[in-house]
Design a protein around this ligand. Sequence first.
Ligand SMILES: Nc1ncnc2c1ncn2[C@@H]1O[C@H](COP(=O)(O)OP(=O)(O)OP(=O)(O)O)[C@@H](O)[C@H]1O
Length: 257
Amino acid sequence: MIHVDNLSCGYKNKKILKNVSFQGESGDIICILGPNGSGKSTLIKTIVGLLEPIEGKVCIEGENIKDWSFNRRSKNISYIPQTFSSTFQYTGLDIVLMGRTSYLGFGSSPTEEDEKIALDAMKMLNILELKDKIYSNMSGGERQLVKIAQSIAQQAKIIVMDEPTNNLDFANQVIMLNYLKECAKKGMIIIMATHFPEQVLSFGTKTLLVKDGIVKVVEDPQKNLKDKDLKNLYGIDIRIVELSIENKTVKMCLPIY
Ligand SMILES: Nc1ncnc2c1ncn2[C@@H]1O[C@H](COP(=O)(O)OP(=O)(O)OP(=O)(O)O)[C@@H](O)[C@H]1O
């Protein structure tokens, strides 16, 4: 379980968000929604430990992770940032293998087993052809898929992603979201920032609405996320509509122009 308790976060004592509290349990997909610049990435970076909380704490299984070593954090949380670049000539496989770093002894190289885990992760996302391609020469979407494979190889219990479908084509968005759903079914916790409220309505078990320094938690968004919440968040008229397709009900968000 992850427990974010009364967290305030920001930069050099410039608070961006205050009093953020929520919990994530095994199987949760927690989606963070909010306008540009509202503080989603700041919250994510604080949760994964890249920024120190100004106040409050992040606990995993009841322990404040502030003092955890890099290895311990990596075995528990995998983080996929919005952008990641590398000036080194790493191949796709090298990048995925970096997900295994926390399992390696000091100074030791990845084992055959690590390589198998990395290749399996690439196979799962159908990107084996990227294994020898130089990461810095890849397209934005290819890089994103390689980073997701890295996070699969990391085998952490909590995956934190900053706008994971950025750069992905339509099919890869669906593949990735279905993959996240499978991870949650297996008991992992997913925390992801997104600009697509429909993802929240299809996958989210909980959503965090970030605006004006405040985070509002909406449990069970399929039921409880309403037009007025989206209007308050984005400042435009948005309708949540239901469509029946092949005996399934799908919710979509339509902006009213
Ligand atoms: N390193 C930094 N130092 C100071 N302020 C920062 C820093 N990084 C971000 N900010 C500010 O913090 C605020 C929140 O930024 P953040 O990147 O968290 O927003 P976001 O919701 O993720 O935005 P987007 O949807 O555009 O990615 C913004 O006002 C931004 O300018």
